[in-house]
Design a protein around this ligand. Structure first.
Ligand code: MG
Length: 165
C-alpha cells in the first residue's frame, strides 16, 4: 500500500526599496514608485517560498543552491529560481502539496494582485492555484516595513511524496 509522506518547510525573506527599480512580487510586476533591490529581481515572496520548498526537503537554502555571486541569477526572474527549487526536490520524489505565503508591506496594496500571484506561484510549483495562498498585512507603521524601507515575506510549504510501505 502506498503511503503519503509529508514534510513542512518555512521561509523568510526581505528586500530593500530602491528608486528606479521595478517592483516584482509573487512573480507579478506591480506599478509602484520604487522597486526592491538585491539579488535577482528581489522578489521577496518567491524567495521565501523557494526557501520553504528547499527547507521542507532539508536541502539547505536558496543562497546555497543559487548563490548571489553567480552571474546567472543577477536580475534573474525569480520564477526561474522557484522552478529550479521545485525541480531539485522533485529529484527526491517530492511535489508541492500547498503553499501559504504572507507579504509584509505598508505599500503598495497587495490585494489587487493576489490572484495573479497565485497563478504565477502555482505554475512555478507545478500545481493548481487552489493549493496556493497569498495573504498580506501591513506593520501598522512600525519597524522597517512600517517606514517603507522594504518588503518582507513569510512562507510555509508542504511537500508530499508516495512511498511504498
Ligand atoms: Mg531574497
Amino acid at each position: 500500500m502506498p503511503v503519503t509522506e509529508t514534510r513542512v518547510g518555512i521561509g523568510f525573506d526581505v528586500h530593500r526599496f530602491e528608486e528606479g527599480r521595478p517592483l516584482v512580487l509573487g512573480g507579478v510586476r506591480i506599478d509602484h514608485p520604487r522597486g526592491l533591490t538585491g539579488w535577482s529581481d528581489a522578489d521577496a515572496l518567491l524567495h521565501a517560498i523557494a526557501d520553504a520548498v528547499l527547507g521542507a526537503a532539508a536541502l539547505g537554502d536558496i543562497g546555497r543552491h543559487f548563490p548571489p555571486s553567480d552571474p546567472a541569477w543577477r536580475d534573474a526572474d525569480s520564477r526561474e529560481l522557484l522552478r529550479a527549487a521545485v525541480t531539485l526536490v522533485a529529484r527526491d520524489g517530492w511535489s508541492v502539496a500547498n503553499v501559504d505565503g504572507t507579504v509584509l508591506a505598508e505599500a503598495p496594496r497587495i490585494a489587487p494582485h493576489v490572484e495573479g500571484m497565485r497563478r504565477e506561484i502555482a505554475e512555478a510549483c507545478r500545481t493548481g492555484p487552489d493549493r496556493i495562498s497569498v495573504k498580506a498585512t501591513t506593520m501598522e507603521g512600525m519597524g522597517f516595513v512600517g517606514r517603507e524601507e522594504g518588503i518582507a515575506s513569510l512562507a510555509v510549504v508542504m511537500l508530499a511524496r508516495e512511498t511504498g510501505a
